[in-house]
Design a protein around this ligand. Structure first.
Ligand code: DWN
Length: 387
């Protein structure tokens, strides 16, 4: 049974960057967050219909940061190039491009990106991951040694169907490897901006093992990763496989954090409200002092922040982002203009709110001149502060 603990209000499609003449048709939904007492899953009350988010106009490109390009390249080297591998949610190919197209299949429902990987020579199914698709791939290509997904499984509302379909396509000793933001890190960092339409769930290892096991799979190993503010790479195999000690280590850490208890999330909800008040206060103070504040990185995460905290272009002049598909548009819901860093990240800026706080190391290195000249970053992670 789902028990609600947090209401983040009316929210738009997090990656629904739009033009002025599209404002009247903008879609909103109620972003309410709950805890499932049975599976211990952190999940939303109302899921957004996937085609509203993932379609030919999808704008998020995984390959735009060096951190993520290096991350996937390094992991691919550990897997070797001689296994049959399938990726669910291949985006612009940032992971699969490290593999030989002969042994590699990808699945990507955003047609614009599916065409990109097809053009790179990869067999790409431009469809959502379902049992029907798994059946089709089984007939066309046979069982797979590795099924991989990064920042994708937590995007899928129906986890039972997802895991059953994975199991049906895995070879007997095959491994399902997937990475997603870690619930432990979301709680530790108060990074409530990880909650938006595309993330109907945020996973603990405890909840994942419950869900996988009821579908014939089990978690056999966990890697804790730094990317995206703290993620877990889960290795799952068919039930009965050898289980690494990292599984129990992660579960017992999560029990210490209370991730198996509703009360933990009630406390989290209080911290979220505090964070909202602190952020609004700091931005209003900057405005009062006549400072120019912009936002760095037009992220899905910042859509949650700006809409929950009612932050619009009164407080944030504009957002800079390297993604060509976001530039020249307005941010979802609160309609702050998005422009390129070349146009907007200059000496006129006093403060930059870090929409892409998860890339703070990469950004601080790149923007050392801004910092050296007295510019400052603002973040809400783990508490609202000026850096
Ligand atoms: O799961 C998801 C994650 C992996 O990616 C998706 N649901 C959608 C997306 O979420 P996000 O938009 O919050 O992701 P990022 O990776 O934090 O987005 C970073 C944004 O910042 C991109 O639009 C690129 C931009 N950027 C920039 O302008 N300058 C990034 C860097 C590193 C930079 O230096």
């Amino acid at each position: 049974m789902k028990k609600q603990f947090l209401d983040l209000g009316k929210q738009p499609i997090a990656n629904g960057f739009l033009y002025k003449d599209q404002i009247n048709d903008e879609y909103f939904f109620n972003l309410k967050v709950a805890f499932d007492e049975k599976t211990k899953l952190f999940t939303q009350i109302e899921y957004v219909d996937p085609p509203l988010m993932f379609n030919d106009n999808y704008v998020y490109r995984g390959s735009l940061s060096k951190t993520m390009r290096d991350h996937f390249k390094n992991f691919s080297l550990t897997l070797g190039n001689n296994k049959k591998i399938l990726e669910i949610g291949s985006n612009d190919g940032v992971f699969i491009k490290n593999f030989d197209p002969k042994n590699t299949i990808s699945v990507e429902p955003c047609g614009n990106f599916a065409r990109e990987t097809q053009n790179m020579g990869y067999t790409t199914y431009d469809e959502f991951w379902t049992q029907d698709l798994a059946n089709k791939i089984l007939i066309n290509h046979g069982k797979q040694d590795i099924i991989f997904a990064a920042n994708c499984i937590c995007h899928i509302p129906d986890l039972d169907q997802t895991f059953k379909a994975v199991k049906s396509l895995l070879s007997e000793d095959g491994t399902f490897i997937f990475e997603d933001p870690s619930l432990a890190e979301v709680i530790n960092n108060n990074s409530y901006d990880q909650i938006y339409d595309e993330h109907p769930h945020i996973f603990s290892v405890i909840s994942l093992d419950n869900l996988l096991q009821r579908n014939g799979l089990q978690v056999v190993k966990v890697d804790n990763l730094e990317v995206h503010g703290g993620s877990n790479r889960i290795y799952a195999k068919k039930i009965g496989s050898k289980v690494d000690k990292t599984v129990e280590q992660n579960k017992s850490y999560e029990r210490i954090l209370g991730l198996d208890k509703f009360e933990t999330f009630e406390r989290f909800a209080e911290k979220v409200k505090q964070s909202k008040n602190d952020l609004i206060r700091i931005l209003k103070q900057c405005k009062k002092e006549g400072k120019k504040v912009i936002s760095y990185g037009a992220t899905s995460k910042s859509t949650t922040i700006f809409n929950y905290c009612n932050i619009n272009s009164d407080l944030i002049s504009y957002i800079t982002d390297t993604t060509p598909e976001k530039q020249g548009k307005l941010s979802p819901g609160t309609h702050i203009p998005v422009i390129s860093p070349e146009e907007g990240f200059n000496e006129s800026v006093d403060f930059a709110y870090l929409g892409a706080w998860n890339f703070i190391n990469e950004i601080s290195k790149k923007e050392d001149n801004f910092l050296a000249n007295g510019g400052k970053f603002i973040t809400h992670v783990p508490i609202v502060k000026i850096i």
